[in-house]
Design a protein around this ligand. Structure first.
Ligand SMILES: Cc1ncc(COP(=O)(O)O)c(C=O)c1O
Length: 292
C-alpha cells in the first residue's frame, strides 16, 4: 500500500464530459477538482472573468504547479509534455520492434495520435537511428483540427503551462494561453507538443495530419465494427491516419507495413461517438474497409 494523497486538477470540460473518468480516479482515492478551480489564485481569476470557463491542460498544469509550490512535501506528476516521459514510453516502440523482428517485417509507417506526443515519441524514437541514416520508415502524427499544435503552431520558446510558472520549452505551440474547444478527445487539447516531437517536426522528420471530430468518430466506429474494440477518441485519430496511409500506398505493388499505436480504450468516452458523421466522410472511407 502507498500512503500518498493524490490531488487532481481535471480540465473543466473533461470533468463534465467524462464523469466516469473522474469516478475512477476518486475510486482510487484521488481528490478531483474541475480546473479552473477556486483552489488557486490563477483559477479564481479566470473564473471571475468567465464563470463557465472550460479550462485547458495548460491551466490545469498551472494550478498543479501552484499547489506543489505551496507545500514542501508535494510532488508534481508530469504529463506527456516532458521529454523524459517519452523516454519511459519507448517501451512501446521497443516491444513493437521485437514483435516485428519475430515476424521478419520492417515498418513503412509508424503512426500515433499526438496530444503532447508521448505515445507517438514512445513508438517512433526507437526507429530514429534508422531514419537518420536514410531509412524509409515514415513517422506520422495525428492531431485534432481543434488543437492543431503541429499543423498551425509556431516553433518557438513558450511556457509549458498557461500562467507561465512552468519551464520554457522550444517546440511547436499555439501559445501557452490557447484555450481549445471542448472536443471529446480531451487528451489532444494541449497547446504544444513535447520538445523532442517539436524538434522532429522542425527537422522535417515528422509527417502530420489533423482530423475533425466527425472524421475520427467515423474512423473509430469502423475500427469497432472490424475489430470489436472501442478506441479512445484520441486513438481514433491514429486510426484515421492509418486509413489515409492505406490510401497513399494503395497504388504500390507490395503491401505496406503500417504500424499504429492503440493508445487507449474508449468505453469511458462514448460521448465522443455521439456526433453526426457527414455523408462524405462515410463514403470516402467505407470503400477502404476491406483493406485493413
Ligand atoms: C488514450 C489517449 N491517447 C493519446 C493521448 C495523447 O497524449 P500523448 O500525445 O502524450 O500520447 C491521450 C492523452 O490523454 C490519451 O488519453
Amino acid at each position: 500500500m502507498f500512503d500518498i494523497e493524490s490531488l487532481v486538477y481535471m480540465v473543466r470540460s473533461s470533468y463534465r464530459q467524462k464523469p466516469y473518468r473522474r469516478l475512477l480516479m476518486e475510486a482510487h482515492g484521488a481528490e478531483v477538482f474541475a480546473s479552473p478551480s477556486q483552489r488557486t489564485d490563477f483559477g479564481r481569476t479566470l473564473l471571475a472573468q468567465e464563470p463557465d470557463h472550460p479550462g485547458s491542460e495548460g491551466i490545469a498544469v498551472s494550478e498543479a504547479i501552484t499547489t506543489v509550490l505551496e507545500s514542501s512535501d508535494s510532488r508534481l506528476g508530469m504529463g506527456g509534455f516532458g521529454n523524459h516521459v517519452l523516454l519511459h514510453q519507448t517501451v512501446i516502440g521497443l516491444e513493437t520492434r521485437l514483435q516485428l523482428e519475430q515476424i521478419d517485417r520492417e515498418p513503412n509507417y509508424l503512426i500515433a495520435s499526438c496530444g503532447c506526443g508521448s505515445n507517438l515519441g514512445g513508438l517512433i524514437i526507437p526507429w530514429l537511428p534508422e531514419r537518420l541514416s536514410g531509412g524509409r520508415v515514415r513517422f506520422v502524427a495525428a492531431e485534432s483540427t481543434a488543437c492543431p499544435s503541429l499543423t498551425l503552431g509556431e516553433y518557438k520558446y513558450d511556457p509549458s503551462d498557461a500562467s507561465g510558472l512552468g519551464p520554457l520549452a522550444r517546440t511547436f505551440t499555439l501559445g501557452h494561453d490557447f484555450v481549445p474547444p471542448a472536443i471529446g478527445a480531451g487528451g489532444l487539447r494541449y497547446h504544444g507538443v513535447a520538445p523532442l516531437i517539436g524538434l522532429l517536426k522542425a527537422e522535417g522528420l515528422l509527417q502530420v495530419s489533423a482530423y475533425t471530430p466527425a472524421e475520427i468518430a467515423h474512423a473509430g466506429r469502423l475500427f469497432l465494427q472490424l475489430h470489436g474494440l472501442v478506441p479512445a477518441p484520441e486513438t481514433a485519430h491514429a486510426i484515421r491516419a492509418v486509413i489515409d496511409a492505406t490510401r497513399e500506398t494503395s497504388e504500390d505493388a507490395r503491401p505496406a507495413i503500417i504500424v499504429m499505436c492503440f493508445s487507449g480504450d474508449g468505453l469511458l468516452d462514448l460521448d465522443s461517438y455521439d456526433v453526426g458523421v457527414p455523408e462524405d466522410v462515410d463514403s470516402r472511407t467505407s470503400s477502404l474497409a476491406g483493406k485493413y
